[in-house]
Design a protein. Structure first.
Length: 391
């Protein structure tokens, strides 16, 4: 089959690789009909090379049709149309029973002290072949699927794999009071959905991004939008009676603008031998924290900062004095996709499309064009906000 593979820093290619097979009785094989490039895929493209091997298949936002099931699979049948959550979980362990599927104790990657295994996402998360491919092996398939109908197009459902529940969890964790104000840092795909979910819930949404096309998309869905300037925090405070927003969702994470010194370190680590780079990232890794610092400055005293953007640094320095003095709550974590499906499925199937799932994809291309679109997405060129690949 054809699959998008990692070959090096900023170097991915479509190659012919062996078709996936049933390895465990609980597996299923899915023929992929749509699969997306996620913002966190850019971390692999740019930073996480020391934890990836050449030829690893990327991608964790797929959906398709079941073409084969293992002998122990009872909840799926050939021909079922499913979305595949990016987290691989069992559904019955201590963590899964508490709605913390991203911490699943059955698939935790204990070698690296990480949570549940993820599709297409480095040795840190199990090195499981991903879904930017023609076919995908789904472990623990009875639980790791979202069965959907056949009448609506893929785009109605595809984003249930990751970014839509990630945004929903980010807003849930933000704990915005009824009629309150939610600020959103970053208007990539997750930030777009955070803003729309906030508006759907009746919040006032103030959204910040340096890219004009992203601001324009959020604005047409009802957000008040702001460029990323040196004065934006003061502007947001002025609009909230000098206090700041009730809550802020940081939808940017480690790819924040700012801190060229840390960016240079990221580049240098990519040039080190894998063993040395892995050790450095595990013990001394740093993130660009501009978005997080802006979130801490923007939220009101007693408010909540919710992190949906991915952070990975083990040596990050946080403004603890400010956080303590402002009595902030900080919530974060990999998304527990299955926890939110019952809330989201009626919304994506609603004819009114209240979360605008049909107004996010800006680029739809064949799988063969994926390498070029990784570069376009990484450089934020050509108005690129969300890329959907069709194998």
């Amino acid at each position: 089959m054809k699959a998008l593979t990692w070959q090096g820093r900023r170097n991915v290619s479509v190659e012919t690789v062996p078709d996936p097979e049933i390895l465990e009785r609980t597996d299923a094989i899915v023929k992929i009909t749509s699969t997306a490039i996620c913002g966190s895929d850019l971390h692999l493209y740019e930073i996480f090379g020391p934890f990836i091997d050449s030829g690893d298949v990327l991608g964790h936002e797929p959906m398709g049709v079941v073409v084969e099931v293992g002998s122990a699979v009872t909840n799926l049948a050939v021909g079922d149309r499913i979305v595949v959550p990016f987290t691989i979980s069992c559904g019955h362990c201590f963590m899964c029973r508490r709605g913390l599927q991203s911490q699943c104790e059955t698939t935790q990657v204990t070698e690296y002290g990480s949570g549940a295994s993820l599709f297409g996402y480095t040795k840190l998360y199990g090195q499981v072949p991903g879904g930017q491919a023609e076919y995908l092996r789904v472990p623990l398939a009875d639980y790791n699927h979202i069965r959907v109908g056949t009448d609506l197009p893929d785009d109605r459902y595809l984003f249930l794999s990751d970014i839509l529940p990630t945004a929903w969890q980010g807003v849930e964790y933000a704990g915005v009071p009824e009629g309150g104000t939610l600020a959103v840092m970053g208007l990539g795909p997750v930030g777009q959905f955070v803003a729309r979910i906030g508006i759907h819930r009746g919040y006032r949404v103030l959204a910040v991004d340096p890219v004009a096309e992203r601001r324009a998309m959020a604005e047409r869905h009802g957000a008040d939008v702001f460029d990323l300037t040196d004065t934006v925090v003061d502007e947001l405070r002025d609009l909230t009676e000098g206090r700041g927003a009730d809550a802020v969702v940081d939808a940017v994470g480690m790819e924040a603008h700012g801190n060229p010194g840390v960016a240079a370190v990221h580049k240098a680590m990519g040039l080190l031998p894998d063993g040395l780079a892995q050790k450095l990232m595990e013990t001394g890794g740093l993130d660009r924290l501009a978005a997080l610092h802006a979130s801490i400055d923007t939220v009101r005293r007693g408010g909540t900062v919710s992190l949906s953007g991915v952070y990975a640094g083990e040596a990050d320095v946080l403004p603890m004095k400010t956080m303590f003095d402002k009595q902030l709550s900080l919530r974060m974590g990999q998304c527990n996709v299955k926890r939110w499906v019952d809330d989201l499925l009626p919304l994506v199937e609603d004819a009114a499309d209240p979360l605008g799932v049909m107004d996010l994809t800006t680029h739809r291309v064949p799988l063969d064009d994926a390498p070029a679109l990784y570069e376009t997405f990484q450089k934020k060129e050509d108005g690129c906000i969300k890329v959907v690949l069709q194998p």
